[in-house]
Design a protein around this ligand. Structure first.
Ligand code: HEM
Length: 291
């Protein structure tokens, strides 16, 4: 990844973060993303229909192919066609986006689909919401405003991001003394490891944290929790650059899949292993049936 956004700091990070943010955060880029996600989700649907219908299959290879396409198309749009960075900088940022954007999104997508396959009542509720928002039209291309109306699907994805804590921890260097609420001081120059996993699994905020429960993200439940009790994309200046991209892509992929297929699974083991990024040791086995 060289000295891309994840690894760099100081002036270099500041300059390149601003360039990259302009590529990720404009209205035009959101429209471009949604178009890319829609195209790729249709390719995925055809692949499932042609090769995977009616038998339990491993989700990862299917999803990884689709997500790689979306991240690569985004990279081509933003960097290879219009850029004001050096060749080395472009190279480092491309490698960073591949590293930071693919495994994370694929894991969250596979896990959410598996949980929907496991929880039929919740899958039906999401399906009904999708049908209402898209007026039952499978071929309609999603628009940004429609994606924001998929609020229960949004809750399901958030709950997966909470339960998984895809990036379990982040590291930060303290640049000014920090006084904690109990008076202890974290001195300048310290390295802090912040456990996103520990926050997301704290029973004070999430009763029964081991259970996947999208109702944890009902409006009233969210309002009762302090800020920063849900930080899958970290927070502050170094927050994930691609969090909107990731959320939108997951909504488009899941809604297109559910419009076309009913998902079931016989998988009972979900052993999560924590490295830099979380992994489900047992994989993700899903059966797709035509709706
Ligand atoms: C579910 C999906 C994702 C999750 C959970 C996630 C999570 C995170 C987290 C926790 C960080 C902070 C890392 C740290 O400070 O050590 C981060 C940074 C970053 N992410 Fe993501 N990410 C996701 C998807 C994406 C996507 C799709 C992209 C781009 C296409 C992306 C690009 C980046 C970049 C460039 C950074 C570095 C930002 C900086 O330091 O300025 N991420 N991500």
């Amino acid at each position: 990844m060289g000295d891309g956004l994840l690894a760099s700091s100081g002036e270099k990070w500041k300059k390149n973060r601003a360039i990259m943010e302009s590529a990720f955060a404009t209205r035009e880029s959101s429209r471009n993303f949604i178009q890319i996600f829609t195209e790729q989700s249709r390719v995925l649907i055809e692949e499932i229909r042609d090769t995977r219908l009616g038998v339990a299959c491993s989700l990862w290879p299917l999803i990884v192919k689709a997500v790689i396409q979306t991240v690569l198309e985004k990279i081509i749009l933003d960097f290879l066609l219009k850029n004001n960075m050096t060749d080395e900088e472009i190279n480092d940022e491309i490698m960073t986006l591949i590293f930071a954007g693919i495994d994370t999104t694929v894991t969250a997508l596979c896990f959410t689909l598996l949980m929907l396959a496991k929880n039929q009542d919740i899958q039906e509720k999401v399906y009904e919401e999708i049908n209402t928002v898209f007026s039952g039209d499978k071929n309609k291309s999603a628009e940004f405003s429609e994606l924001t109306k998929l609020t229960f699907l949004d809750q399901c994805i958030r709950e997966s991001l909470r339960k998984l804590s895809v990036v379990p921890a982040v590291e930060r260097r303290v640049t000014n003394d920090v006084v904690l609420s109990d008076g202890r001081v974290v001195p300048t120059g310290s390295n802090l490891i912040l456990s996103i996993y520990a926050i997301h699994n704290n029973p004070q905020y999430y009763p029964d944290p081991q259970v996947w429960n999208p109702y944890n993200f009902d409006k009233d439940k969210v309002a009762q929790r302090p800020n920063h009790t849900f930080i899958p994309f970290a927070t502050g200046l170094r927050q994930c650059l691609g969090y909107k991209f990731a959320m939108m892509s997951m909504k488009v992929f899941i809604s297109t899949i559910l419009q076309n297929f009913k998902l079931t699974t016989d998988q009972t083991e979900f052993q999560l292993d924590y490295y830099l990024i979380v992994r489900c040791r047992n994989g993700y086995q899903i059966k797709f049936e035509e709706r």
